[in-house]
Design a protein around this ligand. Structure first.
Ligand code: CMC
Length: 391
């Protein structure tokens, strides 16, 4: 009944009001709760930004200590949940392992599932923030057949994640402070991006009053796609391929322009930005310095820069206003840090988690309306059923 607007891809539909993140795609501006992303990336920490997104304000010293301490007390996974990982094949991509284990949190932590009980919502918030890095590290350990490490809660969230990912049970692990700082900054860049595909998924799942764990698991699945968070893996695979074929950037750009075999310049283009993605600018600025410190693959970074230069001066990209997005430069940094390509999207999920939680909670702070889009029906009119013998 009534008037239905046809809007494939939700190009012009705002299903919600939100006070969390501001984007001006024409000007290339991104702010969390009013704070410019550049300032947060330079001066804040991922845990502080998580607090800001979820609760709306930067924390006082006491609030930050309390928040950090509460997260610290929840980093362990239930022992049975640890065994859940055994059921996956070793060559599984870590993203479905991650989303499955996050969904399984609703089976293991049943005392924090009620979306209408603020204390339970708070507990599931803390549990997710604390346990996602542990689950992420275990999804990596599973893929390389190495033993899981218990969290060491004397370390920060990011240090703990690095140790659980790259450390071994019987050996001391020295966290490289440069790597920890760079990863922390990259997580800040990913922490929220208003109504993107995965966040909209979290909201839509949550709009049925489904619990926070299960809603976030839905978001992780949406993030995996190569048009969304999966693009960071796809970018590095693209750079690796170009390198393996002799580094001919011009030839690659030609293929993209002719849409040969559907080849896209991965890490380019964005639904909202019609200008340089400010996150890409920050990642690019840091990539150079980080690669020099960590001794990464300069050639991949050079190919990426050459691709950018070729694209930004080419009519195809200029006319369509396609610029590098956040995924374009992050992969070369993750590789320099030692992460295998398949872990890149897991790192994106770790970063995006506070944004998903903030949106889910914002939605529940208002009268809940189930997400239920309409359609334009294009099928048959009424027709009579035919017995199978007559078809
Ligand atoms: N390479 C080549 N052509 C492109 C690209 C690209 N990366 N992106 C867009 N185009 C072309 C597209 O083919 C279309 O051309 P035409 O008008 O001739 O059909 C035009 O530009 C408009 O693109 P669109 O696909 O209609 O735009 P959209 O807003 O629906 O899609 C996008 C946005 C991000 C899905 C798309 O730009 C894309 O597929 N980019 C590559 C994947 C990627 O890097 N994704 C990461 C997005 S940012 C962070 C995140 O979410 O993870």
């Amino acid at each position: 009944t009534g008037y239905v607007t046809y809007d494939p891809g939700f190009m012009n539909t705002a299903p919600t009001k939100s006070a969390i993140t501001y984007i001006d795609g024409e000007a290339g501006i991104l702010r969390y709760r009013g704070y410019p992303i550049e300032q947060l990336a330079d001066s804040s920490t991922f845990i502080e930004v998580s607090y800001l997104l979820i609760y709306g304000e930067l924390p006082s010293k006491a609030q930050l200590e309390d928040f950090t301490d509460r997260i610290r007390r929840h980093t362990l996974l239930h022992e049975d949940l640890k065994r859940f990982f055994d059921g996956f094949p070793r060559n599984a991509h870590p993203m479905p392992v991650l989303s499955s284990a996050v969904n399984a949190l609703s089976a293991y932590y049943q005392d924090s599932l009620d979306p209408r009980d603020p204390e339970q919502v708070e507990l599931s918030t803390i549990r997710l923030l604390a346990k996602l890095p542990t689950i992420a590290a275990y999804s990596y350990k599973k893929s390389v057949g190495q033993p899981f490490l218990y969290p060491d809660n004397s370390l920060s969230l990011v240090e703990n994640f690095l140790r659980m990912t790259f450390g071994f049970p019987a050996e001391p692990y020295e966290v490289d402070p440069e790597v920890a700082a760079a990863l922390d900054m990259l997580l800040i860049l990913h922490a929220d991006h208003e109504q993107n595909c995965s966040t909209s998924t979290v909201r839509l799942v949550g709009s049925s009053d489904a619990n926070l764990f299960t809603s976030v698991s839905g978001g992780i699945n949406a993030l995996w796609g190569p048009l969304h968070g999966g693009a960071n893996q796809a970018v590095l695979e693209m750079l690796d391929d170009i390198k393996a074929q002799g580094g001919d950037v011009k030839e690659f750009i030609r293929k993209v322009k002719n849409k040969e075999d559907g080849v896209k310049l991965m890490g380019f283009g964005h639904r909202v930005y019609r200008n340089y993605d400010p996150r890409a600018a920050i990642a690019k600025k840091h990539a150079d310095a980080i690669l020099r410190k960590l001794g990464g693959d300069d050639q991949l970074f050079e190919i990426a820069q050459a691709l950018e230069e070729a694209a930004l001066t080419d009519d195809y990209f200029v006319e369509r206003r396609l610029y590098p997005n956040v995924d374009f430069y992050t992969g070369v940094i993750y590789r320099a840090m030692g992460f295998p390509t398949r872990m890149f999207t897991v790192l994106f999920a770790m970063g995006r988690l506070p944004g998903w939680i903030a949106h889910w909670r914002e939605m529940h702070s208002e009268p809940l309306k189930i997400g239920r889009p309409r359609q334009i029906y294009t099928g048959y009119g009424a027709r009579d059923y035919r017995e199978i013998a007559n078809r």
